[in-house]
Design a protein around this ligand. Sequence first.
Ligand SMILES: [Zn+2]
Length: 320
Amino acid sequence: MNKKPIANISLDLDNQWSYMKIHGDEGWDLYPSYFDIFIPHVLNVLDELDLKITFFIVGKDTESEENRKYLRMITERGHEVGNHSYHHESWLQTYSYEKIENEIINAEKAIEVATGQKPIGFRGPGFSWSKDLLKVLESRGYKYDASTLPTFLGPLARAYYFAKSDLSKEEKRARKELFGKFSEGFRKLKPYKWDLGEGKTIVEIPVTTMPIFKLPFHLSYLIFLGNISMGLMQFYLSIAIFLCKITKTPISFLLHPLDLIGGDQITQLAFFPGMNVESKSKVEIFNKVIETLKTHYGVVQMSEHHTFLDSKIKMEVIKI
Ligand SMILES: [Zn+2]
C-alpha cells in the first residue's frame, strides 16, 4: 500500500423496489428489480477507473434467479460484498434482539449463497443501528459496522423525503427516525471500536461527513451540486478533503445506484428527484470525484481499510 491516507468506497445496492417502498409507491411489494441494467453498468464504470469497492446487498434481492445472476458478477469482478439487512427496513433500531438476529443471519446466508462470499461488514438501511445490532454482528464474526452517518442534517433529509413522498401518517410514524436524529451529528468521524462489554468489540467505520461542519459529501450530494455547477461541486469536495486531511480523518465514501444511473436507463424511476439527469453526466461527475480522491488518498474497498485499521492504527474504544 502507498503512503497516502486511505479512502474506502462502498455502494448501498438499493434496488428499484426499495426506492419505491421508501417513497410509498404501489407495486414495490412485487419486488421489481433493475439489476439487469444497473449492475453491468456500474461494474463497467468501476473497471474503467480500476476501482474495487464494497457492495452492501439486501437479502431479499437474492430470492430471484435473475437477480442472483447479476449479484454473482460483483464478486467475479473482484468486489467485496457486505450485508445490508434482509428486508431493508430503515427502523432496525426498534427491533428486538431476536428479530435483528433473523435479519442479519438470513441476509448473510443468502448473500453467501448468491455471491460465493461471506460478508464481514454491515450497513443498516437508512443508517439504522442499535446496540443489539452491534452485538449480533460481533457474535456472527463481523469485522466492522458501517451504519453511522455523523451529521446534523438527518432530520432535514427526512423532512425532505416525507414532503416528496406519498406516505400515510402510519408509514411516517414507522419511519420517524429515518436518517437519524440530530444528536447523530456529535458522533465521531474517525473509525473506532465499540466496547460491547465482556471484552467484546467491533470496529465502526462511519460514513465520512465534513469534519467540524458535519455536512455530508457522499456522492448523492456531489451529483446534486455538480448539476448546478461542476466548479461548485469541485469546490465543496476540495473543502471536504482539505478538512479531512488536516484532521487526519480517513474517508469512507458512499455511493447509491441512482447517483450513477439516470432516468434515460431506469425509466421506471424517471420521476425520482435527480433522475432527469442522464447516466452520462452522472458518470462524468463520479469520474471527476474519484480522480480528485485518488490525488490525495489510496482508494480501496472497506475490508482492506478494516485490515489496515486493525493492524496499523490504535483506535479509540467507545462505550455504547
Ligand atoms: Zn439502503
